[in-house]
Design a binder for this molecule. Structure first.
Ligand code: ZN
Length: 233
């Protein structure tokens, strides 16, 4: 089983009734419910000591999911350093929705990670543009989400190694919604669907995609990461 840690800012759900109505126990609890049938799942939140991401927690995490929105700046740089190092060592990272503006994602991408958005509850079609990719296993040609926040291009990220999903919105915009990267030995997947006032993480196909993404992002044994001066063998 893959050891998954789901990190959630967990502020909206405690401050806003509209959000609490959709995610009464927090987005992390809904995501845990989606993943715990096939993975070993723990959760961590911003207001815990060290944001719940101590060195020990990260050491035992294979794949970290990240959901943040209104409090990216409250994330301690020392914790970001620690997560960054673990990604380079091989820990998988799945960055969800508004996590595009998190400190860790911006650091890993090296760009602004900016985009366009509009919260109008319009329809989204999440098209599979890489049907052979393991993250798309079992998904149809597209997933239709009846009520979403629009994210539009340009999305200021480096060209993904693989692009698995592209979204179409009824306002006419498009967006690269499922982007795969490697940094060091770590696999990173950015996945757009989310938003705190729509029950996107209750959607069966979205839950399967997240399940697949955990499997894809899990570390593989690989070879040792050995750097520095080397004597001849
Ligand atoms: Zn949102």
């Amino acid at each position: 089983m893959v050891a998954v840690t789901i990190w959630n800012e967990y502020r909206h759900e405690r401050e806003d009734d509209d959000v609490a109505a959709v995610y009464p126990d927090g987005i992390h609890a809904t995501l845990a419910d989606a993943l715990e049938a096939s993975h070993d799942v723990e959760t961590a939140t911003l207001d815990e000591p060290e944001h719940g991401l101590t060195a020990d927690v990260l050491e035992s995490t294979d794949v970290l999911l990240w959901w943040g929105h209104e409090a990216h700046d409250d994330v301690d740089d020392a914790v970001v350093d620690r997560v960054h190092e673990r990604v380079l060592e091989g820990m998988g990272l799945i960055v969800l929705h508004s996590g595009h503006y998190s400190k860790i994602f911006k650091r890993l991408m090296g760009t602004s990670c900016s985009l366009q958005w509009r919260e109008d509850g319009g329809t989204e079609r999440l098209w599979v543009v890489d049907p052979g990719h393991p993250i798309a296993d079992g998904v149809g040609e597209y997933v239709e989400l009846p009520e979403t926040e629009m994210y539009g291009e340009p999305f200021d990220v480096p060209e993904p190694d693989r692009l698995v999903f592209t979204s179409w919105f009824e306002g006419g915009e498009v967006f690269r919604s499922g982007c795969c990267y490697r940094r060091g030995s770590g696999r990173i997947f950015y996945f757009r669907p989310g938003h705190e006032t729509y029950p996107i993480y209750e959607h069966e196909e979205i839950r399967s995609i997240l399940d697949n993404a955990v499997e894809w992002a899990a570390p593989t044994e690989g070879a040792p990461r050995t750097f520095g001066h080397r004597d001849r063998d």
